[in-house]
Design a protein around this ligand. Structure first.
Ligand code: TXE
Length: 485
């Protein structure tokens, strides 16, 4: 059985104390590899490696850093099929999704910030005859990047790339639930010639290695993506240390469908298809998924019927089969958590329109963590199922009668990450964009991404933004230099 290794000081190494965790394949429910349960002994080795690499990497000309990152992006692209297959096995997502989304974006993230490294600039404030100010944006030093299990390498590289582009060195911790592509990524860093100590990857659980990592005195900034509860715990630990941190947390994202987005059959069909995609992509395990669907009453019955038909047609099964559209949930614990919300929805008065069952495919996947894509109606906006993040293939649907009601319901949770609005009325879309309390507002689209844009949420969905200049500024320390003539 394969034992994953940490990546420290340019080498693949076993955990100092030889402690390992079991790594399960979600599609079969069977252990298929072992991962290090790293601890402070491993962390000290990573800190020494990062500290020793820090100044050379920071002082390297941006173009040279950029070239090395481009080689890493090339290595990811060359290994994209291996990465897609590894992600499908480790996470349970369909291999077609892993190829088109996870592998593609992992390379794109690195390439985007390799370019940003040579384009990043800052400001000058001219005081006329008195003098001049200019702003230096210098690397912070050793930073921590901690990522979750839903888009493993995609979100891992989304943090590491800007950190490196700005001249920082990184100690990164992927989720212990989906460590495999981070392990392959380590090999790709060696192949691409990333200098030793610049990137260090430690595997293991939050308590054993995640918490010591964020608390280490040599770690000057933390970039975290994961659950809101964990984000709060991390912030409470490191805020008193005055460390910089950015938190990309959970969501409970609304989808607003107005009747004027269904004026002709083509736009109706497109809206139905995109709303279903927003709800069930990656088995609903994306923080941006649209899990609360609000439809203007005049088209509610027609839209609901079409959506249910669309969802019922999703092909559930083995993530390694090309035609599969709906795979397994990431772990036994998450599978039980998601199913408990379906049971809760029934107790809260909901009606399951489609799905709602655990699924047991034939053959090798008979022990896997499969739940049917589920649509539920008849719930109040205030109930737990409509207030709490489920993070699985479960969405609710309900009608609304006015724009004001739609906005109030959309804004009516503790989260504020993303929303999508489907309407052909331009002035309405502009009006709602300013009234909806979310970090991302998609108009007549979902998950249409430009990596230059600020990415993240408000309220319990996080603090700070990733992407583009926001990421470059997070991973640098601004210094105002004032010169008197
Ligand atoms: O996240 P966790 P999980 C939500 C979703 C999911 C919930 C929990 O609701 O059910 O979060 O998912 C590391 N100090 N999202 O368990 O626990 C941990 O090892 C430092 C939304 O994956 O937050 C992992 O690497 N690190 C999210 C990472 O934090 C700690 C995507 C995330 O783990 C730590 C995924 C600690 N004390 C889940 N405890 C999104 N917004 O995309 C854990 N970790």
């Amino acid at each position: 059985m394969q034992s994953i290794q940490n990546y420290i000081n340019g080498e693949l190494v076993s955990p100092v104390n030889q402690n390992y965790l079991d790594n399960f394949e979600p599609a079969t429910g069977k252990i298929y590899s072992k991962i290090p349960e790293s601890d402070s002994d491993d962390l000290e080795l990573a800190v020494i490696a990062a500290e020793s690499a820090k100044s050379e990497w920071a002082n390297m000309p941006a173009e040279q850093r950029s070239n090395l990152l481009m080689k890493l992006a090339d290595a990811i692209e060359t290994a994209s099929e291996e990465l897609a297959r590894a992600e499908a096995i480790d996470n349970g997502k369909p291999i077609a999704f892993a190829r088109a989304v996870d592998s593609y974006r992992s390379a794109a993230n690195i390439r985007f910030f390799a370019n940003a490294a040579t384009q990043f600039s800052s400001e000058c404030h001219d005081m006329g005859s008195v003098g001049v100010n200019f702003t230096l944006r210098q690397p912070i030093g050793v930073v921590a990047c901690i990522s979750p299990w839903n888009l493993p390498l995609y979100l891992f590289t989304w943090k590491i790339a800007p950190a490196l582009a700005c001249g920082n060195v990184v100690i990164a911790k992927p989720s212990e639930v989906t460590p495999m592509t981070a392990y392959i990524f380590s090999r790709l860093c060696i192949e691409a010639g990333i200098p030793k100590g610049v990137i260090n990857i430690l595997h293991g659980s939050g308590p054993a290695i995640g918490s010591p990592l964020v608390n280490h005195p040599k770690i000057k900034a933390v970039s975290f993506t994961g659950g809101s509860a964990t984000g709060r715990a991390i912030a409470s630990q490191i805020a008193p240390m005055l460390k910089k941190f950015s938190l990309e947390l959970g969501g409970k994202n609304p989808t607003l469908v107005f009747a004027d987005s269904c004026k002709d059959q083509a736009s109706f069909d497109n809206t139905v298809s995109e709303v279903a995609r927003a709800a069930f992509s990656n088995q609903g395990q994306i923080c941006l998924c649209g899990s609360r669907i609000y439809v203007e009453r005049s088209v509610y019955e027609r839209f609901k019927t079409a959506l249910v038909k669309k969802v019922r047609a999703l092909r559930i099964g083995d993530p390694l089969v090309e035609e599969t559209q709906h795979g397994a949930l990431v772990s036994k614990a998450h599978y039980e958590k998601v199913y408990s919300y379906i049971e809760l929805a029934k107790e809260e008065g909901g009606t399951v329109l489609t799905g709602g069952n655990k699924r047991t495919p034939e053959g090798r996947c008979s022990g896997g963590y499969f739940i049917e894509p589920t649509v539920i109606e008849g719930l109040s906006s205030e109930c737990r199922v409509n207030q709490e993040e489920i993070f699985g293939p479960v969405c609710t649907i309900q009608p609304f009668d006015s724009e004001e009601e739609a906005v109030t319901k959309a804004n009516g949770t503790e989260y504020g990450l993303a929303t999508s609005v489907w309407s052909s009325n331009v002035s309405r879309c502009h009006r709602l964009s300013s009234q909806l309390d979310f970090g991302i507002v998609w108009i007549n689209c979902w998950l249409l991404r430009d990596l230059r844009t600020p990415f993240g949420g408000m309220k319990s969905s996080g603090m700070g933004r990733e992407g583009g200049l926001e990421a470059m500024r997070f991973f640098t320390e601004p210094k105002n230099v004032c010169i008197k003539y």
